[in-house]
Design a protein around this ligand. Structure first.
Ligand code: IPM
Ligand code: MG
Length: 359
């Protein structure tokens, strides 16, 4: 197969981690006879510096035209003082909206080799951590209007949180479909004791539940969910939630698996052109030092093969290679524990390549 991938290296550690993921994709190409071509796209701080815009229209166009998009990370302190609508993160939000990728899938799964890296007690980890957060990605408060105005001699800031029934329904369906393919349990997370948008969310989820009698739907308030994730994560299988709650809960969920550096994500809409990115940020403090963990990005490339290119054997090949390297005791600093061997970003990439085999 031939596929064109739009590649956004981005800022901070973005370029180093993406480099390793591209080497892995090239190796898949060699092993399985695929041709991957890459179109470079500037987004984030690097695009602000070069073009004065975090996502120029022609860059978005390249992403929309590609078969899928691989992204490292964007943002950094250098652009902290640029106006809100020109920040690097705004480029990412516009990319997601422009591609129409409303469904963000973030797995929180503990690798058995990394159980020691989890900040939770062994008695909790041993019960198992393997769930998915399905996050609505292009609606809600991140996409409502944001204004700051002078009123009564002081500044007033307003951010609008709005959801329509159809926006809730389409992400709800992804939640139910995902649950159907797993254990058949779906937990809808909201704040319906306070917010109208959450009361609508809950009502739509329950209406949809009638169409999915094989899925057991439960509701949970977001504050309680934040607590339950550290108290007993084994109770969750598929969580479906709105944009901001999903942003926050997915960082929490990743941390209990050992490191945010390990977690990939997929974002999909109506077409197979998806956006694949690790869920961590650009880590400017370690950028360019060859210290970053490339595994989240490499596993994001594996998700691209699985979900957008229908290449499950190729995705397995990458995931098995990651597992083999962890088995052999190699760790980047973020997942290091006593008795392991600490290695850098490029060496982690090289070791994963070495372990890739076609079964
Ligand atoms: C994420 C990030 C982004 C988000 C930021 C960088 C805009 O935190 O992907 O979780 O909030 O969605
Ligand atoms: Mg986030």
């Amino acid at each position: 197969m031939q596929k064109n991938i739009a590649v956004i290296r981005g800022d901070g550690i973005g370029p180093e981690i993406v480099e390793q993921a591209l080497l892995v994709l090239n190796k898949i190409g060699e092993l399985y006879g695929h041709t991957f071509t890459y179109t470079d796209v500037d987004m984030g701080g690097v695009a602000i510096d070069k073009w004065g815009d975090p996502l120029p229209a022609e860059m978005l166009q390249k992403c929309v035209a590609a078969d899928s998009v691989l992204l490292g990370a964007v943002g950094g302190p250098k652009w902290n003082d640029v106006p809100g609508d020109k920040r690097p993160e705004k480029g990412l939000l516009r990319l997601r909206a422009g591609m129409g990728v409303y469904s963000n899938n973030r797995p929180a799964k503990i690798w058995p080799q990394l159980a020691d890296a989890s900040p939770l007690k062994a008695s909790i980890v041993d019960k198992g951590i393997d769930f998915i957060i399905v996050r609505e990605l292009i609606g809600g408060i991140y996409f409502g209007s944001h204004t700051t105005e002078e009123k009564n001699g002081e500044k007033n800031a307003v951010d609008i949180l709005q959801y329509s029934e159809s926006e809730i329904e389409r992400i709800g369906r992804i939640g139910f479909e995902t649950a159907r393919k797993r254990s058949g349990k779906l937990c809808s997370v909201e704040k319906s004791n306070v917010l109208d948008s959450s009361r609508l969310w809950k009502a739509v989820m329950h209406r949809l539940a009638e169409e999915y009698p094989d899925v057991e739907l439960s509701d949970m308030l977001v504050d309680n969910c934040a607590m339950q994730i550290v108290k007993d994560p084994s109770q969750f299988d598929v969580v479906v939630t709105e944009n901001m709650f999903g942003d926050i809960l997915s960082d929490e969920a990743s941390m209990i698996t050992g490191s945010i550096g390990m977690i990939p994500s997929s974002s999909l809409g109506a077409s197979s052109n998806g956006l694949y990115e690790p869920i961590h940020g650009s880590a400017p403090d370690i950028a360019g030092m060859d210290l970053a963990n490339p595994i989240g990005t490499i596993l994001s490339a594996a998700m691209m093969l699985r979900f957008s290119f229908d290449m499950p054997a190729e995705a397995d090949c990458i995931e098995n290679a990651v597992s083999a390297v962890l088995d052999a005791g190699y760790r980047t600093a973020d997942i290091y524990s006593d008795g392991c061997e600490k290695i850098g970003c490029s060496e982690m990439g090289r070791r994963i390549l070495e372990n890739m085999r076609k079964d």
